[in-house]
Structures are given as structure tokens and as C-alpha cells.
Design a protein around this ligand. Sequence first.
Ligand code: BGC
Length: 344
Amino acid sequence: MGRKRKILSFGMICILLIALLTGCEAKKQDVTTGKIKIGVTVYDQYDTFMSQLTECFVGLVEDDVEVVVYNASQSQQTQNSQVRKMIEEGCNVICVNLVDRTDPTAVIDAARKNDVPIVFFNRELVEGDIVRWDKLFYVGADAAQSGRMEGELAAAKCRREKSVDKNGDGLIQYVVLEGEAGHQDAVMRTEMSVETLRSKGVEVDKLGYAIANWNRAQAQTKVVQFIEDYGDDLELILANNDDMALGAIDAYEAAGIDREKWPAIFGVDGTDVGLEAVRDDKMCGTVYNDKEGQALAMYRLALILAKGGSIEDLSSDYEITGGKYLRLPYWKVTIDNVHDYLSK
Ligand code: BGC
């Protein structure tokens, strides 16, 4: 997405959010203009990846479509009322980034009662819930693949550069910075990254882990502690996302430790700030979480559903699993190809 379009779409989000915050009632669906109305609710608008994905989505909106975006501020109850409100406001389809992926009942019940299809995205509900109605869908990515790719990036670096093993003991001392407990991406990235490192023949020694909830400041605090506890012994940091990898970098920078003494740090997402850190050789690599692709898939599916079509109408462009899931692939990013992603 070009920078100009990013600014424009960010402006659109601001206008929408201001309208919502100031209590301006969104218009009822305009039957005369026949505009399609899509509602979106995001678990936390301050989450870096989610705000960029929302920007991409809003940037796709055409003239005959209206979008309203709500911030659930990490409260499932708030999100449930937002969904009810969007239904009352005449949304033809609603895209839900669940706050609590194990608690979609109120959202599903309201949607079903009013026959409004739901596209869940990024925070995956459990299979038992998605099969509860035939108008429930999910757009996201393959969580295990992102963990595998992060492990492959780290393994390639450890095998190529002997200097990663700073103490030369033949083992790579590592920690994992984990996202929110119970989030499918945190669980799979943690498991698969380490499993992949091992399967690639890298011998590892786990020093610890910390849950930092996808958050840069929390990750910085945790890494300050790791630096105190392990000092120079820490050789690798596997973060479940870029914001937490950046928090680790912040901790090393704030401690005034020279770059050559840092552990190898990896993230996932390829957010703007994450890519810049790869370009500047602070982060050793990231795994691109295709926000443009996910936003487009959500948008296309939402339009089809609003017009009474079927997810199968997208089968020539996407792999559809179980008649419900669209998953976009991830991509590995290092300093060698980061410019292709920075210009997206
Ligand atoms: C992203 C995280 C983000 C989370 C929100 C993940 O896919 O990698 O950066 O915080 O989704 O649900």
C-alpha cells in the first residue's frame, strides 16, 4: 500500500472513530442508494498489527460501500454491544476480531437471530463454534506456518554465523517472548519456532520465556529482567510478534549495550516499524503477516455475503477450507528482501 493511500485511509479511520466517539448515530442502511454497509469491530485499536490491517481494509472501500469501525477496547462485553448496535444500524455483514476467541456466543446468537453473516478475522474461534451456523466464516493465516518460518530464519542465522553462539558452548541459549495466553498465533509460534530450530539441527538451551501480550513496552520490561538475569549468555530472542521484538531492542538500546553484543532477535508481522528494524539490521528477520492480503480477502468475502453469495464464489482465488476458512500465507523477510515489503 503506497504511503499516500496509507495516510488517506488512516484519515478515514479517524473520521469514522471520531464519529463513533462523539456519539453521532451512523445512518440506517440507505435503501434508496442501496449502499452495502459493513461493520467492523477490532479487539484493540492500539494493537500495531490490527490498526494497520484495519487501515488496509478501510483503504479498499469503494463508493457503493459504507464501513463503520468500532474499537472493542479489549472488552468482550463492549464488543457484544457493538455487534448488536451494528445490526440495528443496518449492517449487511459484520467483521469481528474477537476479544475473547473462546467466547463468541453473544456475537453468534445476535447475528443468527437477525440473519447477518459474520466474518471473524485474526483471532480464531474454535471449530465447535464456527459450525454453529452456516453464515459464520474466518479469514486469517496459518499460525503454524509463521512459527515454522521464524524457526527457519533463526536456524539459518545460527548455522551460517557461528558468532551467534557467543559463549561457544555449541548450544544456543534462547528465550521466547510470547503473545497473549491462549491466542492461536502465540501458542503455535512458540511451539513451532523452537521445534523447527531443533529439526534443523540447532541445539538449543531454553533460559526462559515471558508473556508480554503482543506489547512493546511489556516486552521491554521483561527483557530488562532477562538482561539482569542472563547478561551476555542470552544468544537468541524469538518474539511472537514484531512489537515484542522491538521491545527487546528497546531494552538493549536503553541499557547502552553495543549492537555486536545483542542476541539475535526475530519477530513476526512485518509491520512498518518491524520492517524498518530489519532494514536497519536491528532485528535479524521477521515473518510477513499479509495484512493487505487478509484485508482484501475479508473485504471480498464481506461483499459477496452482503449480496447473498457464497464463500465458494472465491474458490478460484483462494483455498477455502471446510467451506468456512480463508487462510493467507506468510512470507520470510530478512535484510536481503526487506525492500520488497517496505514498498508494499
Ligand atoms: C499478530 C499480533 C497481533 C495479534 C492480535 C497476531 O496475528 O501477529 O501482532 O497483536 O495478531 O490478535
